[in-house]
Each structure stands twice: as C-alpha cells, then as structure tokens.
Ligand binder design. Structure first.
Ligand SMILES: NC(=O)c1ccc[n+]([C@@H]2O[C@H](COP(=O)([O-])OP(=O)(O)OC[C@H]3O[C@@H](n4cnc5c(N)ncnc54)[C@H](O)[C@@H]3O)[C@@H](O)[C@H]2O)c1
Length: 368
C-alpha cells in the first residue's frame, strides 16, 4: 500500500507530456504509476521519457487496477465521457481535459457519475492557474476594481493551416477553436464575474485544412477556426470573447497571444498569458501600469514548485495536479470541477446554437 496518490495517465500525447506529467513530478504526494494509450510506439517512448510505469493499451485495465487511485484523462474529446465513466466505476478520482464531452449532456452525465460516487472530479481548465489570472480574481472578488462591468478576452494562435488531425472533425472534437480555446475563457470569465445568463455567438472557418503536415490529402475540416460571443452575466456585467487558431504573426514561440481584462466601476486589470507573472492595472483618470504579481501568488498555495524555475507561461500549468491531489488528500471538491466543465460546455453549445439560429440564447441548465 502506497502512501502516495497513485496516478495513471490516459492519453500519452502532447498535453500529458507538456504539463500533466511534470505536474505529477513536482508533487511529492503524487506518483505516476501507469500510462494508457492505444499507440504502442508512443507507450514505449513514454516509458523511456517518464520513467518505469505500467503500460497498457486498454482503459479497462486502468479502471480495474486496485493499485491506481486517480487518473488524468488527456485523450481526444470524443473519448472523454466513456473513459471517465469507466474509471469512476472503478473507483478512481478523475481529472479530465476540456472540453469534458462533445456536448452539455455528456458533461452533465460525467458530473453526476462522479458526484454520486463521491469521487473527486476536476476539469483541466489550465488558465485559472496562471498567477496573473489568480491575482486578477483576487482584485475582482475583493472589490478593488469596484463593480465588475465588462469582461473581454482574445486568444489568438498562429497554427499551420495543415490538418489538425482529430481536432478538425465534429464527431471527434465537437467544435474547433470554440471547444479547444474559447471554452477556457468562458470558464474563467464565470469564475471572475459570475454566471453568464445569455449569449449571442458566431463562428467561422477560414481554411479547409485538407492536407496533412507531410503533404497527404485528407478529408477537409468541419470545424471553426474562429469563435466569438458576446454575453450578459447575471450580475449585469457584459462580456466579449474572441479566439482564432490561424492569426498570422501571433505565434510568440508557440504561446500565441492572450489578453483578458475586467473593467470595473473603480478600475481595470488585464491578464496576459505571454507575461503571466505581471498584471496591468489602471484607475480612473490614469493609465494601465504593469504591476508584478506578489511572490505569494506566483504558485498555488502549498505547492513546493519553484515559481522562478522554467518558462513562466508553461510552469503554472503544473499546479493543476497540485489542486487535484490536494482535493484527494483533503477529501474536498477540486476546483474547477466537472460542474464548471459542464457549465462552460452548455455556454459553448449555446454559441453554436446562436450561430445557427442567428439569435441570442438563454443559459438555463440543470445538472440533474
Ligand atoms: N488544458 C489545456 O490547456 C489543454 C492543452 C492541450 C490539449 N488539451 C486537451 O487534451 C486532450 C488531448 O489533447 P492532446 O493535444 O494531448 O492530443 P494528442 O492527440 O497529442 O494526444 C491524445 C493521445 O490520446 C491517445 N488516445 C486516443 N484514444 C485513446 C483512448 N481511447 N484511450 C487512451 N488514449 C487514447 C492518442 O493515441 C494520443 O496519444 C484534448 O481533449 C484537448 O482538448 C488541453
């Protein structure tokens, strides 16, 4: 019997390597014990990269393994629900990547399954963990900006226009930029300002992506390259969101461009992913000024991670695992949970509905 939280990674692709496994490695309470992926060559590579672990191509083996306490699911979107339900049935705590499912009904079912078994559940909404985002939240919630009136976010990536793999097919991804990128911003806007009550959305596709990186032709993309919405929050504030994956010149060494601001009755503040240890703050009659994030906010409370080691726009992502493991060892809800994932999913679905019907859509859901 281990005194550590024994974690399995399901889906050994890009995001697991980028921050979930490094997150486990900086948490002394956690241990990576197993990896599951259908790609056997990748499994062999990960065993070399990540150290000695059990490997399997079969999710059910992970779900049934009594020596695994928790799983991190980082597979293509269409597999999230089935894998989550199997792992919850096997008694595992689950952190699942966003979007939780292909639609709200999937996400709500995942939430109910975790809640009804009293297991910890977490949606990997990464940007909530950026130091400047957490500091912005403190400024808004402590009233330092006055009444929040307006939220605005922009997330631009400069990705190649070749095939996006599974990400460009509706049955595998659900939607494009909207479910990949804008859904994070829907989530953190609600975390900052409160529930959204209605939205008007629009999406567009700019490029067919019918050629793979190595020049082979492939079925064209079915999803959006640009997603946007305007929305009204229950507290009277308004919001504007925009994201795109093909904005030239916004590459920034892969980080892209991200800006999110809250404008309140007393002041304004801005989070930027490219500079996550600094916030811009402005007051009436003044100008926006850079303020360094106080040392105690640079890392999630309790984590031994050195906030000055590594690339700032990468390393805060390791804190997701800290939150997930803290929730497990403390026996409390992880934040953001599947309920937050389902809420953002309902709103993202509403953006698609709004775009199709060319009308505003009310946000009114029941998690059951
Ligand atoms: N939170 C974030 O910031 C963030 C960033 C990137 C990706 N993501 C999300 O993470 C997920 C994975 O994205 P990625 O970029 O790592 O994709 P990826 O394509 O690089 O990796 C996905 C992996 O899952 C494996 N896989 C496919 N079906 C599987 C199954 N049934 N069981 C086990 N493994 C399976 C694939 O072989 C692949 O290795 C997506 O849902 C994506 O939206 C989130």
């Amino acid at each position: 019997m281990s005194d550590k939280v024994r974690i399995a990674i399901i889906g050994a692709g890009a995001v697991s390597d980028f921050h979930h496994v490094p997150g486990i490695n900086v948490d002394p309470r956690a241990e990576l014990v197993a990896v599951c992926d259908p790609n056997e060559a990748l499994l062999a590579q990960r065993e070399k990269d990540w150290g000695p672990v059990k490997t399997t191509t079969d999710v059910q083996v992970i779900a049934d393994d009594k020596e695994i306490d928790a799983v991190i699911i980082a597979t293509p979107n269409f597999t999230h629900k089935e894998i989550t339900l199997a792992c919850l049935a096997g008694g595992k705590h689950v952190m699942c990547e966003k979007p939780l499912g292909l639609c709200f009904a999937d996400a709500a079912e995942m939430y109910r399954a975790a809640r009804d078994r009293d297991l910890r559940h977490m949606t990997a909404f990464t940007y909530r963990f950026a130091p400047s985002m957490r500091f912005l939240r403190d400024l808004v919630h402590s009233g330092k900006l006055g009444e929040p009136r307006h939220f605005r976010s922009q997330r631009f990536l400069d990705l190649p226009e070749t095939s996006w793999g599974w990400r460009q097919y509706k049955d595998k991804a659900g939607a494009g930029d909207l479910f990949d990128m804008t859904i994070h911003r829907i989530d953190f806007a609600q975390d900052l300002i409160g529930p959204i009550k209605s939205v008007c959305g629009a999406i567009a596709q700019f490029t067919p992506r019918d050629v793979t990186e190595d020049g082979q032709s492939c079925p064209p993309s079915e999803v959006d390259d640009w997603s946007s919405l305007i929305g009204r929050f229950e507290n009277g504030a308004v919001g504007v969101w925009e994201g795109s994956t093909v904005m030239k010149g916004h590459h920034n060494n892969g980080i892209g461009f991200e800006w999110a601001e809250v404008n309140g009755s007393e002041g304004s503040a801005v989070y930027q992913l490219t500079d996550p240890n600094v916030i811009l703050v402005g007051k009436y009659g003044g100008s926006m000024e850079k303020v360094p994030i106080p040392e105690e906010h640079l890392v999630i409370p309790g984590s031994p991670r050195d906030p000055h080691a590594g690339e700032p726009s990468t390393v805060f992502r390791y804190d997701l695992v800290w939150e997930f493991v803290s929730a497990i060892v403390e026996g409390r809800d992880a934040i953001p949970g599947f309920d937050h994932g389902a809420s953002a999913q309902f709103i993202a679905d509403a953006v698609l509905e709004s775009n199709e019907k060319r009308t505003w859509v009310d946000i009114d859901y029941d998690l059951g």
